[in-house]
Design a protein around this ligand. Structure first.
Ligand SMILES: Nc1nc2c(ncn2[C@@H]2O[C@H](COP(=O)(O)OP(=O)(O)OP(=O)(O)O)[C@@H](O)[C@H]2O)c(=O)[nH]1
Ligand SMILES: [Mg+2]
Length: 233
């Protein structure tokens, strides 16, 4: 029997930034031509004892209304932009961030700059995956100028926390949650998903096992009894 997914991860971002390609690269381990997504689709990933659903959404304006539905109850949201297109980063804040209002209150966020293979410069935060210099990446023939720097992504991450009213000290650090990837070469793609799962799964587990939010009335009674005084004795 198929186990019910217990962790939900959603990819959001403008059309053409490479959400579907990133997911294909991670799940199928290859880069293939895509068609612009209609509505949304999801993949299931077994992660230890956990069943993670990863939702790919459509960036096209006409499907915008569906975004908040896909984000409902999400434990993690990947905000994806294209490093060669600054407007795609701006759109994340202008159009997509509000869609995450339906996500879980302690949802974590990752900012993902895709298509680094296209640019003349690449910076990476990957430590586990073997670093691939830009020259060894696929599609290195004609490079374009990188329009979004890692610092821009980090400041977006901080603004996302502000929007969500999250305390910087209580959530994963920006350096851990801002990634640069290439779905085409595979650069940083496994690292992105795996480090996200490693961050989100313990948080979901902690929430599931955490202290009950209900009030224990027997404890309250004991406290009240202990403080009774005067005529009520
Ligand atoms: N060079 C390069 N091209 C990429 C990369 N990722 C995606 N592409 C190309 O960019 C185009 C759009 O990719 P998609 O994955 O369909 O983009 P999307 O974000 O899913 O777009 P929507 O479904 O319309 O929201 C396709 O032509 C891809 O082949 C990448 O890392 N490098
Ligand atoms: Mg798509």
């Amino acid at each position: 029997m198929l186990k019910k997914p217990d962790v939900k991860v959603v990819l959001l971002g403008d059309m053409n930034v490479g959400k579907t390609s990133l997911l294909h690269r991670y799940v199928e381990k290859k880069f293939q031509e895509t068609v612009s997504t209609v509505g949304g689709a999801f993949y299931l990933k077994q992660w230890g004892p956990h069943n993670i659903s990863i939702w790919d959404t459509a960036g096209r304006e006409q499907f915008h209304g569906l975004g908040s539905m896909y984000c409902r109850g999400a434990a993690a949201v990947l905000l994806v932009y294209d490093v060669s297109n600054f407007q795609s980063l701006v759109e994340l804040e202008d159009r997509f961030l509000a869609l995450t209002d339906t996500a879980s209150t302690d949802c974590i966020f990752a900012i993902v700059g895709n298509k680094v293979d296209l640019t003349d410069e690449c910076t990476s935060v990957s430590e586990t995956e073997g670093e691939k210099p830009c020259s060894s990446m696929a599609g290195s023939a004609t490079k374009v100028r990188k329009q979004v720097r890692m610092e821009d992504a980090v400041s977006l991450y901080k603004r996302v926390l502000k929007y969500k009213m999250l305390d910087e000290k209580e959530v994963p650090a920006a350096e851990k949650m801002c990634f640069e990837t290439s779905a085409k070469s595979g650069h940083n793609v496994d690292f992105l998903f795996e480090s996200l799962f490693d961050t989100v799964v313990p948080l979901v587990k902690k929430k599931a096992n955490g202290p009950s939010e209900t009030v224990d009335l027997t404890e309250c009674n004991k406290a009240v009894k202990g403080t009774r005084s005067g005529c009520c004795k």
